[in-house]
Design a protein around this ligand. Structure first.
Ligand SMILES: C[S@@+](CC[C@H](N)C(=O)[O-])C[C@H]1O[C@@H](n2cnc3c(N)ncnc32)[C@H](O)[C@@H]1O
Length: 218
């Protein structure tokens, strides 16, 4: 099992990007958000995409295991915060953004009742297969009906290189979210030429896919 807190301490955060994810910009309209709506970012790290969401006029709720990641997020983006303690979480509260430091699986629907949409980049695919099923079930249980999810995944021959990020193909996405979500694949393409680590390892392909899920309550 990945020791995420240690990874943050050791600076082994190769997934982090200093730019906004181009797929968030390209597909954000599928979330059908209005100004002031709240977007939940599970397993948020110190993702710069959260700054983009704030700049677009949305509120953000994130959850992240590593205190270091959360403090770096606020400090590197020159955002101030206050800290509150609850039973399960340390809450870092900034202007229009609250990051819960603790375990995603300890979140409950009361915390997320204001959420209109979810943005998952490198959250589902950070988890090993058994935890992915638990992640999807938990997401269903904590978000409201009519919530939309923008989900970004990777798929590659898992036998050729180990994760994380783990390979998650379309069949798995459909199956994970078959209970209670409509699932639409928006895009999928092979991007091996832009993935030096995978190229060096001789991996045949790496597909990057974007999905829009819609919780329909059925
Ligand atoms: C691959 S990183 C992706 C971070 C972020 N989504 C991004 O795009 O930069 C996965 C993150 O999930 C966090 N994490 C892993 N398991 C978690 C859990 N059960 N609850 C909260 N955060 C978790 C890790 O500490 C790590 O920062």
């Amino acid at each position: 099992m990945t020791d995420w807190i240690q990874r943050w301490k050791d600076g082994e955060t190769g997934w982090h990007r200093k730019q906004v994810n181009s797929k968030l910009i390209e597909f954000i309209d599928y979330l059908q958000l209005s100004q002031g709506d709240t977007v939940f970012v599970p397993l948020c790290g110190k993702s710069y995409d959260m700054v983009y969401l704030l700049e677009q006029g949305f509120k953000v709720i994130g959850v992240e295991l590593s205190q270091l990641a959360i403090e770096q997020f606020f400090d590197e983006n020159n955002l101030t915060y206050t800290i509150h303690q609850t039973d399960q979480f340390t809450m870092y509260q900034g202007d229009n953004i609250t990051l819960y430091c603790g375990d995603y699986f300890a979140l409950d629907e009361a915390i997320l009742k204001s959420v209109s949409a979810v943005y998952d980049r490198a959250a589902l695919i950070a988890l090993a297969v058994d935890l992915r099923a638990k992640y999807a079930q938990h997401l269903y249980s904590i978000i409201s009906n009519d919530c939309r999810v923008l989900l970004l995944t990777l798929n590659y021959p898992q036998s050729q290189i180990s994760g994380p990020p783990f390979a998650v193909d379309e069949d798995e996405v459909v199956s994970l979210f078959s209970n209670g979500f409509e699932c639409q694949q928006l895009q999928c393409f092979n991007d091996i030429k832009n993935e030096p680590k995978f190229l060096r390892a001789g991996v045949d392909f790496i597909e990057k896919a974007t999905y829009c899920l819609h919780k329909n309550g059925e």
